[in-house]
Ligand binder design. Structure first.
Ligand code: C2O
Ligand code: CU
Ligand code: CU
Length: 526
């Protein structure tokens, strides 16, 4: 498959025929549609409006909470379903069939600049929703792109300069599920959501008047002392005794979860950021950092009439002993209460996330079907620089300036790209994240899905053994956890879209504090 791709492309180039004319609609190496950017006017299959608004909702008894919310509406056409998550002030679920040509009218009805970023999707540069594309209050930004990615649990969130973190805390986040017929065979209900339970995990701090309190911690970012699920406090679920698909997004700014069932049953993981894994796998627990997703097939059929709890187990998050300092709650000077941090629930503390009260009668019995063939498996045989990956070192400077290869985002030149941040479209390349800092970072790249080739620990941070059985590295990823001391080698190939994109840590305070950089994808031969 891999070599066929190269051959066909070389042929196209050698023949001197514009690739745009020939590509047409075909499945690409990622298993999604590939259609070259059209020069004709865009003819959408479907049109959606998403409006960022302020409103109030009842999260706790007493005073309602002021939130910001994405309100979605299907304006016309097919290929997209817009579903509200019941009881949630968060954005809608956009359920989009792969191949759909989509127009999104994004309206900003907030009192400040914002922009919508489709996280994990490969879209043209002008649809990427980067900080520079932010729009003013009252303005509308129109996105027009074809959904070319394979089925997967993508999402969308704001991305304005230095304001991403707080806007997400206020409630701006939504799910963007792409489905295709192959996924429907593997996981029944993929096209409708019939067996889906979306779970967006977000920790929050509240003041005495039930309002969100935004008090980030200098080192860890924003940590709340309560974990909301789909924007709801004290969440619970009452499923039938049968299987469901739990589609979990860590939509928190900074908190890492170590997900496990309270009764000790393993988690059956069927997918990650970029869709279905090659095959289901089981884990006693799954580590999930901000921005990451995991699809879990949860079979409650043996639990009729019983309760099970989805938990985050205690773990040591690193931080030079500043993370979880048992009993102190806050994790010492920098972990929680000190240095402006408002949370008494340290990163790595044990939390009950979701109570699941299983009913007694099942009305359906969904079962997993055969999984689609995995499009490409990157390894030493097809990644030319496998042995010499391009290094990206994550460090902590003084005053907690987080850097990537010693650099921060250049506010004075928002188009700055360094030589090692330039990529060639269609080139298969290995990169390596090297975490030389004391805390974990979830590293995210726009405009691509990548694969994890290898993890190695240079040095072993305390508590590494309490997390390292919970990584899910076999599928497509757009955000990857890099533990202190680890070198995480990944492989990727950008395309079809070229231009300026970004990569950054998905701890949103780190991103806003400039642990973010541009990257450039060039046409081959430039
Ligand atoms: Cu989800 Cu640039 O981010
Ligand atoms: Cu993104
Ligand atoms: Cu970070």
């Amino acid at each position: 498959m891999f070599s066929q791709r190269i051959t066909r492309r070389n042929f196209l180039r050698a023949s001197g025929i514009g690739a745009a004319a020939l590509f047409g609609s075909s499945f690409d190496a990622f298993g999604g549609f590939r259609v070259k950017a059209q020069s004709q006017p865009f003819a959408p299959d479907a049109e959606v409006s998403i409006t960022a608004v302020e409103k109030t909702v009842q999260i706790y008894a007493g005073a309602p909470t002021r939130v910001w919310s994405y309100e979605g509406r299907l304006l016309s056409g097919s290929g997209v379903t817009v579903q509200a998550v019941p009881g949630s002030y968060l954005g809608p679920v956009l359920r989009v069939k792969s191949g759909t040509k989509l127009r999104i009218q994004f309206n900003n009805e907030l009192a400040e600049k914002t922009v919508l970023h489709p996280h994990g999707l490969r879209v043209p540069e002008d649809c990427d929703g980067q900080p520079m594309q932010s729009i003013d209050p009252g303005q509308t930004k129109v996105y027009e792109f074809q959904v070319i990615d394979r089925a997967g649990p993508y999402w969308f969130h704001p991305h304005p300069m230095m304001r991403t973190a707080e806007q997400v805390v206020m409630g701006l986040a939504g799910l963007f599920y792409v489905w295709d017929p192959e996924e429907e065979i593997a996981v029944p209900g993929a096209s409708t959501g019939a067996n889906d339970i979306p779970l967006i995990l977000q920790d929050r701090l509240f003041d005495a008047n039930n309002q969100f309190l935004y008090q980030p911690n200098m080192m860890w970012g924003y940590l709340g002392d309560r974990v909301l699920v789909n924007g709801q406090a004290g969440p619970s679920l009452a499923p039938e005794p049968r299987a469901y698909r739990l589609r979990i997004l860590n939509g928190s700014n900074a908190r890492t979860y170590k997900l496990a069932w309270s009764n000790g049953m393993p988690l059956t993981v069927i997918g990650s950021d970029g869709g279905l894994l090659p095959a289901p796998l089981t884990r006693d627990y799954v580590m999930l950092m901000p921005g990451e997703r995991v699809d879990v097939w949860a079979d409650f059929s043996k639990l009729a009439g019983k309760r099970v709890i989805l938990r985050s187990l205690a773990f040591d998050p690193g931080g030079m002993g500043m993370g979880m300092m048992g009993g102190m709650g806050g994790g010492g000077m920098m972990g929680g209460m000190g240095m402006m941090g408002g949370s008494s629930l340290a990163n790595g503390a044990a939390i009950d996330i979701l109570k699941v009260n299983v009913g007694r009668k099942a009305t359906a019995k969904p079962e997993l079907g055969p999984f689609p063939a995995f499009p490409v498996r990157y390894d030493a045989g097809n990644v030319p620089n496998y042995a010499a990956p391009r290094p990206f070192t994550l460090s902590m400077g003084h005053m907690m300036s987080w850097t990537i290869n010693g650099r921060i985002y250049n506010m004075n030149d928002m188009t700055e790209v360094a030589a090692d941040e330039i990529f060639t479209r269609d080139e298969v390349l290995a990169l390596e994240w090297i975490n030389a800092s004391p805390i974990p970072h979830p590293m995210h790249i726009h405009n691509v899905q990548f694969q994890v080739l290898e993890r190695a620990a240079e040095w072993t941070p305390p508590g590494y053994a309490s997390v390292n059985q919970g990584f899910v590295d076999t599928g497509w990823k757009d955000t990857v956890l890099v533990w202190p001391g680890e070198r995480v080698k990944i492989a990727l190939s950008f395309g079809p879209h070229t231009g300026m994109y970004m990569y950054h840590c998905h701890i949103l305070e780190h991103e806003d504090m400039t642990m973010m950089r541009n990257l450039m994808v060039m046409e081959p031969g430039m």
